[in-house]
Design a protein around this ligand. Sequence first.
Ligand code: FO1
Length: 306
Amino acid sequence: MITALAGGVGAARLLTGMLRLVKQEELSVVVNTGDDIELFGLHISPDLDIVAYTLAGIVDEKKGWGIKGDSFHCLDMFRKYGQDTWFSLGDKDLATHIYRTHRLRQGKTLTEVTREICTSLGLKVNVLPMTDDRFETHVRLREGSVHFEEYFVKRQCQGNVLGVEFVGSATAKPSPEVMDAILDAEVVVVCPSNPIVSIGTILSVAGVRDALRRANARVVAVSPIVAGLPIKGPADKLMRGLGLEVSAFGVAKLYSDFLDVFVIDTLDASEKERIEKLGIKVKVTNTFMRTLKDKVALAKAVLSEQ
Ligand code: FO1
């Protein structure tokens, strides 16, 4: 069994490569739900949907989220009603949020609903929300704290990050399925997602970090920072805002208490020794995933024993 810790777009690309090497039934994916947001009374789970849509082959490849070819008639009508439509929700995508909200209201857990959605999309991958409890990532700015999606999408990452808050982290628990997926895995792959508000969020769920430390699995991460920049998203802004070094080494330090192997890009080869001093084995390879071939090659580098 292979278990991956995943955020959104970057993770989904690596998972696509991994599924050319392992069977869907052999893969569990623990997904960040700190981006989950309630809009128009609907429970929206951006990263769960990005992972499910990507692995089911229906994601809008260009954007990396939403459903390819989707229309936005509902949103246009919503705008007529004076609704704030800064978060683009396509008509087919809305069906996912309506279904999820409907089933949650019927008393199902987010884990159960996610399984229903993945099964309906023909997926055999075990896609797991990191917790079934309420959990929201908020970003603290000078003018106050805002939901991560408001910071990332509505404000386009403007404003200095003064801090990150995990609302719900004091009470949120990992589901039994998440703990099993980590403790039963031969390999745990930490995908190249945002180390603060995607992987960091998963690690902040009580018991997860400890399970990774105790796990028999080989824990392998791919650096989400290459040559001081994230491949996508605001990881550099968040790390800088938290006073962390924005580099592969900076990320290695964040993961050093549970990480066995760190895969860094050839552009960061000079950081190999410094990272090895943290007691982590380092592999240097191309980590840019432009083509399917890149995704499979990186997945091979991550999963191979050497
Ligand atoms: N990202 C954007 O930059 N703009 C959007 O309007 C937007 C809408 C959206 C709708 C559904 C969904 O699942 C994801 C969506 N995303 C959008 C992506 C999302 O903000 C981020 O990719 C993740 O939350 C971070 O991994």
